[in-house]
Design a protein around this ligand. Sequence first.
Ligand code: HEC
Length: 198
Amino acid sequence: MKIKTIFALVTGLATSLLIWSQFNGVATAQMSDDWKPKWTAEGQLELPTGYREWIYLGSPLTPNALNDGEAGFPEYHNVYMHPQAYKLYKQTGEFPEGTILLKELQLTREAEEEDGSRTEVSGRGYFPAAFNGIDIAVKDSSRFAESENWGYFNFGHHAPPYAKTASAAPVGACAACHISNATKDMVFSEFYTILNTK
Ligand code: HEC
């Protein structure tokens, strides 16, 4: 065999291998389930990592000072969704199986007024301070068929560190209120403007 022919064969093989491995890489990335919830052997939900780099949906705000000093969820509720789940939601208009909605609570800066507000250079209002807890909703129709396909988890309402794992809360503690009041598939989606924007 001529040297040229051998060279051509080797180059051809290398190119095919490169194309195959790239294609395979893309396929694996698309099929990866990394964004889905992770469960312990006992069926507890593991606290996801990296959630502050997920898609930020918005922050309903319930200041303690406007809720008899004891808001149920003090005070900002910063809600995040994994980019992969967000992408599927945008494509289908439905929350996909495995969706995690993570709500991190955050206190407001120290109050100067009775309503909990204070004045900063930008004006009078409420300003973010310390992180204060995590609640999570997971869509999983096999685990949570009894509560309309969503399970609810409280990782603690306090400063970090949060619990690393949590058991599903009793239906009466969380799901019942979402079942009766939420607007779209157990979610208060009207507050998450980017979900409703084209
Ligand atoms: C009394 C009704 C009520 C109860 C009980 C309740 N929630 Fe909610 N939840 C809401 C409302 C209203 C919102 C959206 C507005 C807000 O955050 O203030 C919300 C938002 C959320 C969100 C963000 C996604 C969404 O559905 O909008 C998560 C996650 C969540 N709740 C988890 C929990 C967990 C975990 C519990 C139990 C520990 C719980 N909730 C109990 C009313 C409730």
